[in-house]
Design a protein around this ligand. Structure first.
Ligand SMILES: *Cc1c(COP(=O)(O)O)cnc(C)c1O
Ligand code: SF4
Length: 343
């Protein structure tokens, strides 16, 4: 089953209505469509938790004044093309702009899909910058989705990074194990073997995405010794309930994936229908705290618009009083006092 990339295919599959086609064509001009074969098979309707993430909607034409072209400031912190250096000890390498799916809420929706693989001379310049910058301890490959690259290319890139003495960790931010599990081949697993600490940070937002083939792909990565973490985006109407998040995080732990971040949805243009309020996100995290095993809980983070970094956004359990006294709220909402030593 091929991927869906055009509005007429969506009509044919019953995932869009003919009267919406002109608006969807306008949407697709700005933000391209791609629904991988695996996700196409897992969608039951345009309104289910998978359909809402990948099937375009005319609501994407609505923009709000707070929305930004480059919501997290990737381009503001690019010392060389394809590299974002915002935090001292780690850089993001945009090895490709291609993905197996195009998520309607993507914070890089204005750049993904536009070009393919990073040109060789840009990759050379990015690796030279990393080699010349001894503070860089970790390289985060993202995109686009780095696991769309061929195992041969990934292996060569990892070997070049491993040859830089101050680099110790490589992280792949990817949706591939879930949306295109057939790409987690023996050749790919072999390519990821390295003396570096290699982590895969899986982007997944709803338990319905974790198909049997996706779970099997995660199992292959785990058995190959790859560290597995996840990041999810809090999405209105998709996973903004305590049950949906609990089911997702528990399922991830059962797949031996540690939930790492729950992102508040970024201010990308045309995505306000996906955003909850921060207060809603905090209430969801508070509802899970104490009920769900601590290993299931990610930190809820906001990437401060404009490129000022990611910070945990609560909920907060501590309030400073006077003279080293703190008021602490327990998971049931009752408050208690805690006294610091005199310093
Ligand atoms: C998110 C991000 C990172 C990784 O941050 P962690 O908190 O270490 O996961 C690194 N660089 C940039 C520019 C980022 O946006
Ligand atoms: S896979 Fe990631 S980079 Fe690609 S469209 Fe989805 S969120 Fe954006």
């Amino acid at each position: 089953m091929p991927a869906l990339t055009r509005v007429d295919q969506l009509l044919h599959e019953g995932l869009a209505r003919p009267e919406d086609a002109p608006a969807l064509d306008a949407v697709a001009e700005a933000f391209r469509i791609r629904i991988s074969a695996e996700m196409r098979g897992a969608i039951t309707s345009a309104a289910d938790p998978i359909g809402l993430q990948f099937v375009p909607s005319d609501r994407e034409l609505g923009e709000r004044p707070e929305e930004l072209h480059d919501p997290i400031g990737d381009r503001a912190h690019a010392p060389v093309p394809g590299l974002t250096h915002r935090y001292q000890d780690r850089v993001i390498l945009h090895a490709t702009q291609t993905c197996e799916v195009y998520c309607r809420f993507c914070f890089r929706r204005e750049t993904v899909g536009a070009t393919g693989t990073l040109p060789d001379e840009d990759l050379d310049a990015a690796l030279a910058y990393i080699a010349d910058t001894p503070q860089i301890w970790e390289v985060i490959l993202t995109g686009g989705d780095p696991l769309v690259l061929s195992p041969r290319r990934l292996k060569a890139m990892l070997q070049r990074l491993a040859a830089i003495p101050h680099v110790g960790v490589v992280r792949f931010h990817t949706r591939v194990p879930v949306v295109a599990p057939e790409k987690i081949t023996a050749a790919l697993l072999e390519a990821l073997q390295s003396d570096l600490s290699v982590f895969v940070v899986l982007h997944t937002n709803h338990v319905q995405e974790l198909t049997p083939a996706a779970r099997a792909a995660l199992d292959r990565l785990n058995k190959a010794g790859i560290g597995l973490l996840s990041q999810s985006v809090l999405l209105r109407g998709i996973n903004d309930s305590a049950e949906a998040l609990a089911d997702l995080f528990r399922a991830l732990i059962r797949c031996k994936v540690k939930p790492y971040y729950l992102h508040h949805c970024d201010l990308a243009r045309g995505t306000s229908h996906f955003r909850t309020t921060i207060a809603e996100g905090q209430a969801l995290m508070a509802a899970l705290r104490g009920k769900l095993s601590g290993i299931c809980l990610p930190s809820y983070v906001l990437d401060i618009p404009g490129g000022f970094g990611k910070v945990p956004i609560g909920p907060g359990y501590l309030q400073a009083q006077e003279n080293g006294l703190w008021q602490v709220t327990d998971p049931k909402g009752q408050t208690h006092l805690y006294q610091d030593p005199d310093r």
